[in-house]
Design a protein around this ligand. Structure first.
Ligand code: SAH
Ligand code: SF4
Length: 360
Protein backbone atom coordinates (compact mmCIF):
# COMPACT_ATOMS: atom_id res chain seq x y z
CA UNK A 1 0.00 0.00 0.00
CA UNK A 2 1.21 3.52 -0.73
CA UNK A 3 2.07 5.66 2.29
CA UNK A 4 -0.84 7.90 3.24
CA UNK A 5 -0.51 11.60 2.36
CA UNK A 6 0.30 13.22 5.64
CA UNK A 7 -1.84 16.31 6.17
CA UNK A 8 -5.51 15.83 6.98
CA UNK A 9 -7.41 18.80 5.56
CA UNK A 10 -10.59 17.85 7.45
CA UNK A 11 -8.77 18.54 10.73
CA UNK A 12 -8.11 22.17 9.87
CA UNK A 13 -10.27 25.21 10.55
CA UNK A 14 -10.73 27.43 7.50
CA UNK A 15 -8.08 30.03 8.45
CA UNK A 16 -5.46 27.29 8.87
CA UNK A 17 -6.50 25.71 5.57
CA UNK A 18 -6.17 29.08 3.85
CA UNK A 19 -2.71 29.61 5.31
CA UNK A 20 -1.60 26.12 4.29
CA UNK A 21 -2.79 26.38 0.69
CA UNK A 22 -1.58 29.94 0.28
CA UNK A 23 1.83 28.66 1.35
CA UNK A 24 1.58 26.30 -1.63
CA UNK A 25 0.91 29.19 -3.97
CA UNK A 26 -2.84 28.60 -4.28
CA UNK A 27 -5.27 31.53 -4.19
CA UNK A 28 -7.26 31.95 -0.97
CA UNK A 29 -10.65 31.11 -2.51
CA UNK A 30 -9.44 27.57 -3.20
CA UNK A 31 -9.27 26.86 0.52
CA UNK A 32 -12.85 27.98 0.93
CA UNK A 33 -13.98 25.80 -1.97
CA UNK A 34 -12.27 22.79 -0.45
CA UNK A 35 -13.67 23.55 3.03
CA UNK A 36 -17.15 23.75 1.50
CA UNK A 37 -16.70 20.44 -0.27
CA UNK A 38 -15.68 18.77 2.96
CA UNK A 39 -18.12 20.38 5.41
CA UNK A 40 -21.09 21.32 3.24
CA UNK A 41 -21.08 18.47 0.76
CA UNK A 42 -19.46 15.76 2.85
CA UNK A 43 -16.73 15.03 0.30
CA UNK A 44 -14.29 12.37 1.42
CA UNK A 45 -11.73 12.71 -1.39
CA UNK A 46 -10.62 15.21 -3.99
CA UNK A 47 -12.08 13.42 -7.00
CA UNK A 48 -15.55 14.76 -6.11
CA UNK A 49 -14.38 18.39 -6.17
CA UNK A 50 -15.40 19.12 -9.73
CA UNK A 51 -14.84 22.89 -9.61
CA UNK A 52 -11.12 22.44 -8.93
CA UNK A 53 -9.80 21.12 -12.23
CA UNK A 54 -8.31 17.68 -12.71
CA UNK A 55 -4.68 18.66 -12.42
CA UNK A 56 -5.19 20.49 -9.16
CA UNK A 57 -7.20 17.62 -7.71
CA UNK A 58 -4.42 15.22 -8.57
CA UNK A 59 -1.80 17.51 -7.12
CA UNK A 60 -3.77 17.91 -3.91
CA UNK A 61 -4.30 14.19 -3.50
CA UNK A 62 -0.56 13.53 -3.56
CA UNK A 63 -0.01 15.80 -0.55
CA UNK A 64 -3.20 15.78 1.47
CA UNK A 65 -6.11 13.63 2.46
CA UNK A 66 -9.57 14.22 3.94
CA UNK A 67 -9.62 12.23 7.17
CA UNK A 68 -13.06 10.68 7.48
CA UNK A 69 -14.15 8.02 9.95
CA UNK A 70 -15.39 5.04 7.94
CA UNK A 71 -18.75 3.43 8.58
CA UNK A 72 -18.25 -0.08 9.89
CA UNK A 73 -21.87 -0.65 10.80
CA UNK A 74 -25.08 1.28 10.17
CA UNK A 75 -28.02 0.07 12.23
CA UNK A 76 -31.62 1.24 12.02
CA UNK A 77 -33.85 0.96 15.06
CA UNK A 78 -37.60 0.39 14.83
CA UNK A 79 -38.14 3.85 16.37
CA UNK A 80 -36.14 5.63 13.64
CA UNK A 81 -32.92 5.97 15.62
CA UNK A 82 -29.82 5.10 13.62
CA UNK A 83 -26.50 4.07 15.12
CA UNK A 84 -23.21 4.26 13.27
CA UNK A 85 -20.13 2.38 14.35
CA UNK A 86 -17.17 4.27 12.90
CA UNK A 87 -13.55 3.21 12.48
CA UNK A 88 -10.89 5.87 12.97
CA UNK A 89 -7.56 6.06 11.14
CA UNK A 90 -5.84 3.97 13.84
CA UNK A 91 -8.52 1.29 13.74
CA UNK A 92 -10.16 2.31 17.03
CA UNK A 93 -13.93 2.34 16.89
CA UNK A 94 -16.50 4.80 18.19
CA UNK A 95 -20.25 5.14 18.00
CA UNK A 96 -22.55 8.01 17.18
CA UNK A 97 -26.31 8.15 16.92
CA UNK A 98 -28.99 9.96 14.92
CA UNK A 99 -32.16 10.56 16.90
CA UNK A 100 -35.02 11.87 14.72
CA UNK A 101 -37.92 14.15 15.60
CA UNK A 102 -37.44 15.06 19.25
CA UNK A 103 -38.87 17.38 17.71
CA UNK A 104 -35.52 18.47 16.20
CA UNK A 105 -33.15 16.15 14.38
CA UNK A 106 -30.34 15.34 16.79
CA UNK A 107 -26.88 13.88 16.40
CA UNK A 108 -25.28 12.36 19.48
CA UNK A 109 -21.50 12.20 19.16
CA UNK A 110 -18.55 10.85 21.13
CA UNK A 111 -15.57 12.81 22.44
CA UNK A 112 -13.34 9.95 23.58
CA UNK A 113 -12.80 6.27 22.93
CA UNK A 114 -14.02 4.94 26.28
CA UNK A 115 -14.11 7.18 29.35
CA UNK A 116 -11.95 7.63 32.44
CA UNK A 117 -14.75 8.73 34.79
CA UNK A 118 -16.01 5.27 35.77
CA UNK A 119 -19.64 6.00 36.63
CA UNK A 120 -21.09 2.94 38.30
CA UNK A 121 -23.96 2.38 35.84
CA UNK A 122 -22.26 3.20 32.52
CA UNK A 123 -20.91 0.69 30.05
CA UNK A 124 -18.61 3.22 28.38
CA UNK A 125 -17.12 3.91 31.82
CA UNK A 126 -16.35 0.22 32.16
CA UNK A 127 -14.08 0.46 29.12
CA UNK A 128 -11.77 2.96 30.81
CA UNK A 129 -10.19 5.68 28.68
CA UNK A 130 -8.62 4.28 25.53
CA UNK A 131 -7.81 7.68 24.03
CA UNK A 132 -9.08 11.18 23.42
CA UNK A 133 -10.61 12.00 20.03
CA UNK A 134 -9.13 14.82 17.95
CA UNK A 135 -11.21 17.82 16.88
CA UNK A 136 -11.42 16.39 13.36
CA UNK A 137 -12.67 13.07 14.71
CA UNK A 138 -15.34 14.71 16.90
CA UNK A 139 -16.61 17.02 14.15
CA UNK A 140 -16.13 14.26 11.56
CA UNK A 141 -18.87 12.20 13.23
CA UNK A 142 -21.32 15.01 12.50
CA UNK A 143 -20.18 15.21 8.88
CA UNK A 144 -20.57 11.46 8.43
CA UNK A 145 -23.94 11.36 10.25
CA UNK A 146 -25.32 14.33 8.28
CA UNK A 147 -24.32 12.72 5.00
CA UNK A 148 -25.55 9.25 5.93
CA UNK A 149 -28.95 10.60 7.00
CA UNK A 150 -29.32 13.09 4.13
CA UNK A 151 -29.31 16.06 6.52
CA UNK A 152 -26.29 18.03 5.24
CA UNK A 153 -28.58 20.93 4.31
CA UNK A 154 -31.08 20.58 7.15
CA UNK A 155 -30.99 22.13 10.62
CA UNK A 156 -29.99 19.73 13.37
CA UNK A 157 -28.94 19.72 17.01
CA UNK A 158 -25.80 18.16 18.40
CA UNK A 159 -25.51 16.57 21.83
CA UNK A 160 -22.10 15.66 23.20
CA UNK A 161 -23.54 12.66 25.00
CA UNK A 162 -21.91 9.73 23.26
CA UNK A 163 -18.84 7.95 24.55
CA UNK A 164 -16.54 9.98 26.76
CA UNK A 165 -16.46 13.02 29.01
CA UNK A 166 -16.22 16.15 26.81
CA UNK A 167 -14.71 18.36 29.51
CA UNK A 168 -11.91 15.82 29.99
CA UNK A 169 -11.03 16.43 26.33
CA UNK A 170 -11.64 20.14 26.48
CA UNK A 171 -9.38 21.59 23.77
CA UNK A 172 -10.36 19.15 21.04
CA UNK A 173 -14.04 19.51 21.90
CA UNK A 174 -13.88 23.32 21.57
CA UNK A 175 -11.93 23.07 18.31
CA UNK A 176 -14.57 20.67 17.00
CA UNK A 177 -17.30 23.22 17.79
CA UNK A 178 -15.30 25.83 15.83
CA UNK A 179 -15.04 23.49 12.82
CA UNK A 180 -18.77 22.86 12.95
CA UNK A 181 -19.64 26.54 13.44
CA UNK A 182 -17.85 27.92 10.37
CA UNK A 183 -20.31 29.64 8.04
CA UNK A 184 -18.58 28.11 5.01
CA UNK A 185 -19.41 24.65 6.35
CA UNK A 186 -22.22 23.24 8.48
CA UNK A 187 -22.67 26.58 10.30
CA UNK A 188 -23.92 24.96 13.52
CA UNK A 189 -24.78 27.63 16.07
CA UNK A 190 -23.61 26.93 19.64
CA UNK A 191 -27.27 27.33 20.67
CA UNK A 192 -27.89 24.06 18.88
CA UNK A 193 -25.18 22.23 20.79
CA UNK A 194 -25.55 20.70 24.25
CA UNK A 195 -22.54 19.49 26.18
CA UNK A 196 -23.19 16.91 28.88
CA UNK A 197 -20.68 16.64 31.69
CA UNK A 198 -20.23 14.70 34.84
CA UNK A 199 -19.35 18.01 36.53
CA UNK A 200 -15.66 18.90 36.25
CA UNK A 201 -16.05 22.24 37.99
CA UNK A 202 -12.98 24.21 36.76
CA UNK A 203 -13.83 23.24 33.19
CA UNK A 204 -17.46 24.33 33.61
CA UNK A 205 -16.16 27.75 34.67
CA UNK A 206 -13.84 27.80 31.66
CA UNK A 207 -16.69 26.86 29.33
CA UNK A 208 -18.62 29.87 30.58
CA UNK A 209 -16.20 32.23 28.82
CA UNK A 210 -16.04 30.44 25.47
CA UNK A 211 -17.21 32.41 22.43
CA UNK A 212 -18.87 29.20 21.19
CA UNK A 213 -20.36 28.31 24.59
CA UNK A 214 -22.78 25.41 24.17
CA UNK A 215 -25.82 24.67 26.30
CA UNK A 216 -24.94 22.82 29.46
CA UNK A 217 -26.23 19.50 30.75
CA UNK A 218 -25.08 18.14 34.09
CA UNK A 219 -25.17 14.44 34.89
CA UNK A 220 -26.29 14.75 38.49
CA UNK A 221 -27.76 11.34 39.40
CA UNK A 222 -27.81 11.83 43.17
CA UNK A 223 -28.91 14.26 45.87
CA UNK A 224 -26.43 13.61 48.67
CA UNK A 225 -22.66 14.04 48.59
CA UNK A 226 -22.06 10.43 49.66
CA UNK A 227 -24.37 8.87 47.14
CA UNK A 228 -23.06 10.98 44.28
CA UNK A 229 -19.47 10.14 45.19
CA UNK A 230 -20.39 6.45 45.10
CA UNK A 231 -22.13 6.63 41.71
CA UNK A 232 -20.00 9.26 39.97
CA UNK A 233 -16.35 8.96 41.11
CA UNK A 234 -15.21 12.49 40.03
CA UNK A 235 -17.67 13.77 42.64
CA UNK A 236 -15.09 12.88 45.30
CA UNK A 237 -13.10 15.80 43.96
CA UNK A 238 -15.84 18.11 42.73
CA UNK A 239 -18.72 17.54 45.11
CA UNK A 240 -22.42 17.94 44.55
CA UNK A 241 -22.65 21.40 46.11
CA UNK A 242 -19.60 22.63 44.16
CA UNK A 243 -21.27 21.50 40.92
CA UNK A 244 -24.50 23.28 41.82
CA UNK A 245 -22.55 26.43 42.70
CA UNK A 246 -20.79 26.29 39.30
CA UNK A 247 -24.21 26.03 37.65
CA UNK A 248 -25.38 29.12 39.52
CA UNK A 249 -22.36 30.99 38.11
CA UNK A 250 -22.89 29.71 34.56
CA UNK A 251 -24.16 32.39 32.15
CA UNK A 252 -27.30 30.65 30.97
CA UNK A 253 -28.82 32.20 27.83
CA UNK A 254 -32.01 34.20 27.93
CA UNK A 255 -34.88 31.73 28.21
CA UNK A 256 -32.27 28.99 28.45
CA UNK A 257 -31.85 26.42 31.22
CA UNK A 258 -29.31 23.94 32.43
CA UNK A 259 -30.44 20.37 31.94
CA UNK A 260 -29.93 18.07 34.91
CA UNK A 261 -29.74 14.45 33.87
CA UNK A 262 -30.73 11.97 36.50
CA UNK A 263 -30.31 8.27 35.78
CA UNK A 264 -32.87 6.45 37.89
CA UNK A 265 -31.68 3.32 39.64
CA UNK A 266 -34.32 1.11 41.21
CA UNK A 267 -34.36 1.43 44.99
CA UNK A 268 -31.16 3.48 45.02
CA UNK A 269 -31.85 7.11 44.07
CA UNK A 270 -35.53 7.00 43.07
CA UNK A 271 -37.39 7.51 46.37
CA UNK A 272 -39.75 10.40 47.15
CA UNK A 273 -37.12 11.70 49.61
CA UNK A 274 -34.59 11.85 46.74
CA UNK A 275 -37.09 13.79 44.66
CA UNK A 276 -37.69 16.30 47.46
CA UNK A 277 -33.95 16.76 48.00
CA UNK A 278 -33.53 17.32 44.26
CA UNK A 279 -36.14 20.09 44.37
CA UNK A 280 -34.26 21.81 47.21
CA UNK A 281 -30.87 21.44 45.50
CA UNK A 282 -32.11 23.06 42.30
CA UNK A 283 -33.74 25.96 44.09
CA UNK A 284 -32.32 29.12 42.51
CA UNK A 285 -30.89 27.33 39.46
CA UNK A 286 -32.36 27.86 35.98
CA UNK A 287 -32.97 24.17 35.64
CA UNK A 288 -34.88 21.51 33.81
CA UNK A 289 -34.66 17.89 34.80
CA UNK A 290 -34.28 14.97 32.45
CA UNK A 291 -35.07 11.69 34.18
CA UNK A 292 -33.39 8.72 32.52
CA UNK A 293 -34.65 5.35 33.70
CA UNK A 294 -31.58 3.11 33.69
CA UNK A 295 -30.84 1.20 30.54
CA UNK A 296 -29.99 -2.04 32.24
CA UNK A 297 -27.31 -4.32 30.83
CA UNK A 298 -25.28 -7.28 31.97
CA UNK A 299 -22.34 -6.02 34.01
CA UNK A 300 -24.29 -3.07 35.43
CA UNK A 301 -25.20 -3.80 39.08
CA UNK A 302 -28.49 -1.85 39.08
CA UNK A 303 -32.06 -2.29 37.85
CA UNK A 304 -34.42 -0.03 35.99
CA UNK A 305 -37.25 1.27 38.19
CA UNK A 306 -40.87 0.58 37.29
CA UNK A 307 -42.80 3.22 35.34
CA UNK A 308 -44.86 3.86 38.49
CA UNK A 309 -41.77 4.75 40.50
CA UNK A 310 -40.49 7.00 37.71
CA UNK A 311 -43.86 8.74 37.43
CA UNK A 312 -44.17 9.23 41.21
CA UNK A 313 -40.70 10.81 41.26
CA UNK A 314 -41.52 13.06 38.29
CA UNK A 315 -44.82 14.11 39.91
CA UNK A 316 -43.03 15.47 43.00
CA UNK A 317 -40.77 17.61 40.78
CA UNK A 318 -43.66 18.84 38.64
CA UNK A 319 -45.69 19.75 41.72
CA UNK A 320 -42.84 22.03 42.81
CA UNK A 321 -42.85 23.80 39.41
CA UNK A 322 -39.78 22.09 37.96
CA UNK A 323 -39.76 21.33 34.24
CA UNK A 324 -39.31 17.60 33.88
CA UNK A 325 -38.97 15.21 30.99
CA UNK A 326 -38.60 11.47 31.15
CA UNK A 327 -36.18 10.31 28.52
CA UNK A 328 -37.78 7.83 26.26
CA UNK A 329 -35.12 5.30 25.60
CA UNK A 330 -34.35 5.43 21.92
CA UNK A 331 -32.81 2.70 19.89
CA UNK A 332 -32.74 0.08 22.60
CA UNK A 333 -33.06 -2.72 20.08
CA UNK A 334 -29.77 -1.67 18.47
CA UNK A 335 -28.10 -0.78 21.78
CA UNK A 336 -27.86 2.90 20.87
CA UNK A 337 -29.38 4.00 24.17
CA UNK A 338 -27.57 6.10 26.76
CA UNK A 339 -24.72 4.42 28.49
CA UNK A 340 -24.85 1.57 26.05
CA UNK A 341 -22.32 3.00 23.67
CA UNK A 342 -19.55 0.49 23.85
CA UNK A 343 -17.67 -0.84 20.92
CA UNK A 344 -17.80 -4.55 20.75
CA UNK A 345 -14.65 -6.22 19.52
CA UNK A 346 -12.72 -3.92 17.22
CA UNK A 347 -9.62 -2.66 18.90
CA UNK A 348 -11.06 -1.50 22.16
CA UNK A 349 -9.19 -2.27 25.37
CA UNK A 350 -9.09 -5.83 26.50
CA UNK A 351 -11.40 -5.14 29.44
CA UNK A 352 -13.93 -3.73 27.02
CA UNK A 353 -13.51 -6.71 24.75
CA UNK A 354 -14.17 -9.06 27.61
CA UNK A 355 -17.27 -7.16 28.55
CA UNK A 356 -18.42 -6.96 24.96
CA UNK A 357 -17.97 -10.69 24.56
CA UNK A 358 -20.13 -11.21 27.61
CA UNK A 359 -22.81 -9.01 26.11
CA UNK A 360 -23.01 -10.51 22.67
N1 SAH B 1 -19.79 11.79 29.98
C1 SAH B 1 -20.86 12.69 29.84
C2 SAH B 1 -21.59 12.53 28.52
C3 SAH B 1 -21.87 11.13 28.04
S1 SAH B 1 -22.96 10.12 28.97
C4 SAH B 1 -21.82 12.58 30.99
O1 SAH B 1 -21.74 11.62 31.75
O2 SAH B 1 -22.64 13.47 31.14
C5 SAH B 1 -24.58 10.71 28.52
C6 SAH B 1 -25.66 10.40 29.56
O3 SAH B 1 -25.98 9.00 29.60
C7 SAH B 1 -25.22 10.76 30.97
O4 SAH B 1 -26.20 11.50 31.64
C8 SAH B 1 -25.05 9.41 31.60
O5 SAH B 1 -25.17 9.47 32.97
C9 SAH B 1 -26.13 8.60 30.94
N2 SAH B 1 -25.96 7.15 31.13
C10 SAH B 1 -24.82 6.47 31.31
N3 SAH B 1 -25.06 5.15 31.49
C11 SAH B 1 -26.41 5.01 31.43
C12 SAH B 1 -27.28 3.88 31.53
N4 SAH B 1 -26.83 2.65 31.71
N5 SAH B 1 -28.61 4.10 31.43
C13 SAH B 1 -29.09 5.34 31.22
N6 SAH B 1 -28.32 6.43 31.09
C14 SAH B 1 -26.98 6.27 31.20
FE1 SF4 C 1 -18.04 8.67 31.34
FE2 SF4 C 1 -20.43 9.86 31.13
FE3 SF4 C 1 -20.22 7.17 31.26
FE4 SF4 C 1 -19.72 8.64 33.43
S1 SF4 C 1 -21.69 8.45 32.35
S2 SF4 C 1 -18.48 6.91 32.67
S3 SF4 C 1 -18.73 10.41 32.51
S4 SF4 C 1 -19.46 8.48 29.61
Amino acid sequence: MEPRPSIDLAALPLPALEALLEGQGLPRFRAKQIFQWIWKRGATDFSAMTNLGRELREQLSTQFHIGTPTIVRHEHSDDGTQKLVLALADGRQIECVYIPDTPAQTFCVSTQVGCAMGCAFCLTGKMGLVRHLSAGEIAGQVRVLAKATGLLDAPFNIVLMGMGEPLHNYGATMQALALLNDAAGLAVSPRRVTLSTVGLVPMIDKLASEPLMPNLAISLHATTEDQRAALVPPSKKYGLQAVIDACKRFPVRKRGRITFEYVMLDGVNDTPADARRLVRLLDGVKAKVNLIPLNAAPGIPFDRPSDDRVNAFARILVDRQLTVSVRKSRGRDIRAACGQLIVEGGRAQSAAQALAAALS
